[in-house]
Write a protein that binds this ligand. Structure first.
Ligand SMILES: CC(C)(COP(=O)(O)OP(=O)(O)OC[C@H]1O[C@@H](n2cnc3c(N)ncnc32)[C@H](O)[C@@H]1OP(=O)(O)O)[C@@H](O)C(=O)NCCC(=O)NCCS
Length: 231
């Protein structure tokens, strides 16, 4: 799943989507089609039930401990991970790049945090032109809840809120087969470069507003919290 997401020993996660969510509580009409295959931890009916009881909301300070454990658990068995994604989140929260309303949790009806996504401020720079975009990373779902649609919900809701807040585009380094379904495409097609050596098909960008990418060209500059060696 993440074999192409690694760069410089660090794993960056991201996603996007242009499909609007209609509210923070997802009912049956908002649920995506239930998987019939590839659901190792729960059956179809349980998955449908889970969709009906997951709420996506902004994280609060009271969630930080649980969120940390969600991130750690999500990446625990990911071979390519350096298992420091939770520290990236800590650093971002302390930085100017943090956008509280775009750090979201997926919460079960009984108050368990099952997933988390963070979108932070990044820039695409070309000469004296700087365009603020969003960096999507990390995206984490507790292993027991994976492949039941929660990651997709988080991405879609994050995109909807980001667009409502006036952001034009989101960038990420991620799996080439996972993110296109949320609107991501190769950044190089839009004249956007990433500041590290990574497979071209994994360096992706998504429009949060139609046509936004025609005005965004240059090199992505990640916030310092990512600790990327970028010129
Ligand atoms: C990647 C991750 C965030 C996806 O969240 P999720 O809730 O499990 O994903 P969803 O249920 O929304 O699945 C969406 C699609 O991705 C696919 N998918 C999800 N996890 C997958 C996995 N581990 N392997 C292969 N496909 C996967 C599903 O098949 C599904 O496709 P479909 O809509 O055609 O059925 C989650 O599995 C996770 O936290 N993984 C560990 C951390 C990680 O790898 N983050 C991303 C790094 S790039």
């Amino acid at each position: 799943m993440v074999d192409s997401c690694k760069s410089g020993g660090r794993l960056y996660i991201c996603t996007d989507n242009t499909q609007p969510a209609t509210g923070s509580r997802y009912g049956p009409e908002q649920s995506r089609p239930t998987r019939q295959a590839g659901m190792p931890r729960q059956g179809r009916n349980n998955t449908q039930m889970m969709h009906n009881t997951i709420a996506i909301r902004q994280e609060t300070a009271a969630d930080f401990t649980q969120v940390r454990e969600v991130i750690r658990a999500a990446f625990q068995d990911i071979e390519e991970s350096d298992h420091t994604e939770h520290l990236l989140v800590d650093r971002l929260r302390q930085s100017d790049a943090y956008i509280a309303e775009l750090s979201l949790v997926a919460e079960t009806a009984d108050g368990q945090i099952a997933g988390h996504i963070m979108l932070s401020k990044a820039e695409v720079i070309s000469g004296d032109r700087t365009h603020t975009v969003l960096a999507v990373a990390p995206l984490s779902v507790l292993p027991a809840f994976q492949r039941s649609g929660i990651g997709s919900m988080l991405i879609r809701e994050a995109h909807r809120r980001a667009s409502d807040s006036g952001y034009d585009a989101a960038v990420l380094l991620g799996h080439k087969d996972y993110y296109p379904k949320f609107g991501y495409k190769k950044a190089s097609l839009s004249g956007i470069k990433f500041p590290f050596d990574a497979p071209d098909e994994c360096c992706m960008v998504a429009e949060l507003k139609p046509g936004a990418l025609k005005d965004i060209h240059g090199t992505v500059h990640y916030p310092d919290a990512f600790q990327i060696d970028q010129q």
